[in-house]
Every structure is written in C-alpha cells, then in structure tokens.
Write a protein that binds this ligand. Structure first.
Ligand code: HXC
Length: 515
C-alpha cells in the first residue's frame, strides 16, 4: 500500500470514528438542547488547540451481543488542549454512543488522560454525560469507576480537577465529580443522583421528577454539590474559562499575574456601602468590589449557603481567595452549610498557593436545635481546622461585628492570620451588647426600679467598653485599626510582603480534619 492509500485509509477510519453514535442519536441529543461531546470540547478550548488521542480505542466486550456492536471511541473523547492559553487535559463522554455508558475501555481512556494530567501537572476537565456503568460489562465497569475515584483522590491538591455535568450522572458515577474541586451544572441539562426516581418510587413509594431530585438548581442551591450554575452550555464554558484564568495549573505554581487595575471607584465606594446603623445589612460583595482590581469578583457557590461569600478576585494583579460573611443573609452567621462551604474553599486556596483575604462581620455561630442536631459542632470545626492548617498568606479585615466563636473562626490571629486589620466600626466581644448586658447585669436590671432604663444604661456601658476594636488592639490581636478607604492599600501591601511567606508545619502523614 502506498503512503497515499494508507493516508486515505486513515481518513476513512477517522471519518467512521468521528460519526459518534450516528445521525439519529446525534439528532436525539440535539433535540434535548445538548451539544455533542466533540462540539463541547471545541466550544470550551481555544480554537484549533484540541488534540485527540485514543480515537480508535474499541471495547472488547462479548456478552449480550456486544461483540456485534461498534462503539466509536468507546463512548468517550479524550485529549489535550488549551483554555485561554493554559494547557489542560480533557475528556467528554459521548451520550450518542451507548448512552456514554462506562465500560472497561471507556474507563481506560479516562484514566489514561488522568494519568497524563498528573504527569504533565495540568488541570483535568471531565465532561460527564452518561447512563453510568455499562450494564453489559458488569464488574469491569465498576472496576473502571474505582480506578477513576482513586486517581481523583491522588490528584486532589496536586492539579485542579473540574467536573462539568452536561447530562445524566447517576449512581456511583456522581462520586468522581464529588471528589473534584469544582462542579459546573447547566439548568435543565444536568442531572445528578445516587438512585433515580424509579428506584425511589419502588423502594420508598415516593414520587419525584429527575429535575426535582437532582437537577442543576437542586445542586446549586440546596445540596451545594455544584459550584457554578449556568443557564446554557455556552455560559457554562465561559465560566470555566474565567475560573481557569484565576487558578494556577498545579500546586507548585502560582496563578498568572495580570496587569494591575484600580477598582471602579465611582461605582463602588466603601464609605457609601457600609450603613451607619450597625444593625443595617449591606452586600459584602460590594465591599470586595470596592477593594479589588477592576471591581471584578468571581463568586463560587453563589446560590448555596449565601450567608458566606467565597470567590476569586485580584489585588494588584495577583489572584486572591476571598471569604466574607454576608450580612444580607441571616446576618452572616456561620452554620453547617456555610462552614462546609468556606472550609473547602480555604483548603483549595491553601493547596494551590492562593493567598486568603477574610472579611469579618458576623454575630457568631447560628444557635438552635436544628443546627445542633445537624452537627454544627463537627461542621463548624471544619473552618477552624482549615484556617489553622492553611499556610498561604492570610489577611483578615474586621469590618463590624466579630462576636464569640465567629471572631476566632474567621481567621483571627489565634488561627495564625498573618495580618489582622480592623475598621473603627469593628466590635470584638464574646457576644453582642444586648445579650451580654442581660447576662452579666441581670441582678442589677431585675432589682432596679426602672429595669428598662437600667438595661439601656448597662448596654451602653458594655458597648463603650467592648464594642470597638481598641481592646483587641491593646492586646495586639489586631495589627492596625485603619480607615475603610485605606483598605485596598493595606491589603495589597500585606499580600505583597507575604509573597514569600514560609511556615514550618509539624511532621505528620496527614491530619484528621472533622470531615
Ligand atoms: C448500557 C446504556 C446505559 C447503561 C443507557 N444506555 N444507559 N447502555 N449501560 N448504563 C444506552 C441505552 O440502552 C440506549 O441504547 C442509549 O444508551 C440511550 O439511552 P436511552 O435510555 O435511550 O436514553 P434516555 O431516554 O435519554 O435515558 C437516559 C437515561 C437512561 C436516564 C440515562 O438510559 C437510564 O436510565 N440508563 C440507566 C441508568 C443506570 O441505572 N445506570 C446504572 C447506574 S449504577 P440504544 O442502543 O437503544 O441507543 C452505576 C453504578 C456505578 O452507574 C457504581 C460506581 C461505584
């Protein structure tokens, strides 16, 4: 055979493989509003950057007439490419081929690209659209998932792992995304659950639709399994591109530095954001926008546990992870979900050399039977653990309330913040003045001729003594009391001088966080 005929044979083979599940299956995919696996990769990666591997991999299954079936690429596309110039390894399950189900060779393709990602130390992106374990391949399918979960765990904290759910992701298959760093979902397209509506109906007699059980909104708002929610696949790809711009490729690199930009000071003025009444709420995201470059804040898990805000922004061109109480939602209290949300993000930033800025304004941990029984002790401990363990630069700003356990938990000096700043509006105390006065002056209030008058007096007395930053400053728990307008300047300087921070940690295999 001449080179020419061998080349045309290659082209023919490629054409066949690139047909995926064929015209009918592709039409069915499109009718549900979904792109095909290959279209998704093309839409996400930089133009012409995708290089596909293992196109000619075929399954070797024989049972249930599988030996008569040709499954192009065995239902998954794998390769490498770039996102805004950053190298990535990627796989996308092709639902048009046997429902994207995961058989032995399908799993081998995925684990091979995962191994590449680890060797090359670049982010891994997995696009999930699959009916789960390929039923005809039995235990080999289960083994394939096990191999993926193992690699997800080994890669955790070494390379960023991003899961995109663009179709069904059911059964044990959901545990790969759950082990990764960021999960993206798209409205009406993503479905994640351990057992579907049919099984639930059979076992428990409960009826629920797939959307209500494990649709995108459910995971973005209620379970917290998803970090980013989008209305369309294109919006989802734009979110991924943005995220990749903020994070480093691996755990020995730092995130790319960008040109410095001032905040949009006409739109976001700190003095206009914070109300003079300390009980009035405000949107802490506007404070972040007033501080950071170009006022650009990329929020993560925006719809889940909104009483705490997490996300990335840049200060003087450098990526910073922000953790901030949100006074607009439940006064910014810490509870089970907000502690989980913040703790995981803190650990991500620490693993990937991203400095942390913590903005504090909270009345403490949320009291109540529901929270106690939901395990607020164990979940609340996660945030203490995550901050104490983190060795990246940690800068804290106390804006208003920092009461009780909330003061300690939100990256106080005691958990080894490198710098703690406070505005003159900060109030640092064991609890709010009203609660405190009622307890410590109870007898005097009760015995007074005019208890209400005395209560007010005692509250004011307590406020004068403790509802300010100066007692904490006198003990050195605060490094500087600063004017709000000086915030960007102080935070930027603190980050700049902490750039080469190093800390010796105790010799151990690993800690045992309160998972
Ligand atoms: C083999 C599968 C498959 C599977 C779908 N297909 N799931 N083939 N194994 N798990 C095939 C179908 O036979 C069909 O093939 C094609 O994919 C498209 O599927 P449809 O059912 O026509 O599509 P749709 O109506 O959109 O429904 C999608 C679906 C449904 C909801 C995902 O296919 C479904 O319920 N599949 C089974 C889901 C499941 O229970 N999986 C096992 C989970 S347990 P043809 O040839 O007709 O086009 C699990 C354990 C993992 O994953 C444990 C890890 C620890």
């Amino acid at each position: 055979m001449s080179i020419k005929s061998k080349t045309s044979d290659l082209k023919r083979r490629m054409r066949d493989a690139l047909k995926g599940g064929g015209t009918l299956a592709i039409e069915k995919q499109k009718a549900t509003g979904k792109l095909t696996a290959r279209e998704r990769i093309i839409a996400l990666l930089d133009p012409k950057s995708f290089h596909e591997y293992d196109l000619f991999v075929e399954h070797a299954a024989k049972d249930f007439d599988m030996d008569k079936k040709y499954l192009p690429g065995d239902g998954v596309i794998t390769g490498t490419g770039n996102i805004t110039g950053h190298p990535v390894c990627i796989y996308a399950q092709d639902f048009t081929v046997a429902g994207g189900s995961l058989g032995h060779m399908h799993a081998k393709k995925i684990t091979k690209i995962m191994d590449h990602a680890m060797k090359l130390k670049v982010p891994l992106i997995g696009i999930n659209d699959s009916g789960g374990a390929r039923i005809q391949e039995g235990v080999n399918s289960l083994a394939g998932y096990g191999e993926i979960f193992y690699r997800n765990t080994r890669a955790s904290g070494v390379i960023p792992q991003i899961s995109v759910i663009l179709g069904p992701c059911a059964g044990g298959a959901v545990y790969s995304p759950a082990l990764t760093d960021f999960v993206f979902v798209v409205d009406k397209i993503s479905k994640m659950f351990i057992t579907g509506p049919e099984v639930i109906k059979t076992v428990l007699g409960e009826e629920i639709s797939m959307e209500e059980l494990g649709g995108a909104r459910v995971h973005a708002e209620i379970t917290g399994n998803a970090h980013f929610f989008a209305e369309s696949e294109q919006e989802c790809f734009d979110q991924i591109k943005k995220l990749v711009g903020f994070i480093p490729w691996n755990n020995v690199k730092k995130a790319d530095a960008f040109p410095k930009k001032n905040p949009k000071s006409r739109k976001f003025k700190i003095d206009d954001i914070i109300p003079s009444d300390p009980k009035q709420p405000y949107d802490v995201r506007d404070v972040i926008r007033a501080i950071v470059d170009d006022s650009e804040f990329f929020e993560i898990q925006e719809l889940f546990a909104a009483n705490i805000v997490i996300g990335f922004a840049r200060l003087e061109g450098q990526t910073v992870g922000f953790v901030a109480n949100q006074p607009m939602v439940q006064a910014g209290v810490l509870d089970v979900d907000s502690s989980d949300k913040a703790a995981r993000f803190i650990r991500y930033c620490d693993a990937f050399n991203i400095p942390l800025c913590t903005l504090v304004d909270l009345p403490g941990y949320l009291p109540g039977i529901e929270q106690e029984h939901a395990g607020v002790i164990r979940h609340g401990a996660k945030i203490l653990y995550a901050y104490s363990e983190a060795t990246v630069p940690k800068i804290t700003l106390i804006m208003r309330k920092a009461y009780g356990g909330g003061y300690i938990a939100m990256c106080s000096h005691h958990l080894r913040a490198d710098f703690v700043f406070a505005w003159p509006t900060a109030e640092i105390a064991v609890m709010g003045p009203e609660g405190a006065a009622n307890i410590i002056f109870r007898k005097e209030i009760m015995q007074a001729d005019n208890p209400e008058e005395v209560r007010k007096q005692k509250i004011n007395e307590y406020k004068k003594k403790f509802a300010n930053p100066y007692v904490a400053a006198a003990f050195g728990y605060i490094d500087a009391v600063i004017e709000p307008v000086e915030t960007r300047h102080f935070l930027s300087h603190a980050l700049q001088i902490s750039a080469d921070k190093s800390e010796v940690t105790p010799d151990k295999k690993h800690g045992i966080p309160p998972f």
